[in-house]
Design a protein around this ligand. Sequence first.
Ligand code: 4NP
Length: 247
Amino acid sequence: MKSLYSATFFIPTTSKLPICHHSPLLSLKSSPFLRFSADPSNKQTNTGKSRLPERIKASSMASTLSTASSDHSQSTKPYSVLFVCLGNICRSPAAEGVFRHLVKQRNLDSVFYIDSAGTINYHEGNPADSRMRAASKRRGIEITSISRPIKPSDFREFDLILAMDRQNREDILEAFERWRHRETFPIDADKKVELMCSYCKRHDETEVPDPYYGGPQGFEKVLDLLEDACESLLEKIVAEGSQVLAS
Ligand code: 4NP
């Protein structure tokens, strides 16, 4: 069988990024990521139907997953997704856990960088809420993240920022505006902030409701919505890679 790649090297842009000298992607010969990254010249293609922002449909995916073909040590920057809620102890850590779980199931963990954050720092340093962790664990999903607030570098380093509700999204954009005066951001950084539920296919809700002061059913609802949204988000990202190649 033809071997597509002999090695893939990730060059981390933050200290938390994985360093992988022999990616599991090497075994995914049919992966759209691999095929996509093999031909970054196709990156401008746009079907016009996707809900993914332009940057993610094309240039971001390409820059994230492209390889430096002239360099014998091919470099790849992981595609990065940041999930954000208020406290970063319930919804966004669960979103991080669910998405990580799906990515791992597809053997794609090495091409994604996944994190979560809160718009407030009240719970900074704390693990996720025990009720959220327990509900996730019952579905086979581990939540391991430690709460942290959003920071200016998030707007530079993440390709996609997903807010759990409208207030979260407003707060993220406000922070972005506040920091814009003293930080250098990509010109379209605000366009990468989307609502999580915009990816839901099986649910009509437009926001992931805050479960913090409610009962156990609130945590189940959060997971139902997140599983729906994360599945469709991952499918979309993978499909975009394939569509770009097919065109
Ligand atoms: P989260 O939930 O935003 O999903 O993490 C909350 C966590 C803490 C608080 C509110 C919501 N709080 O008020 O402390």
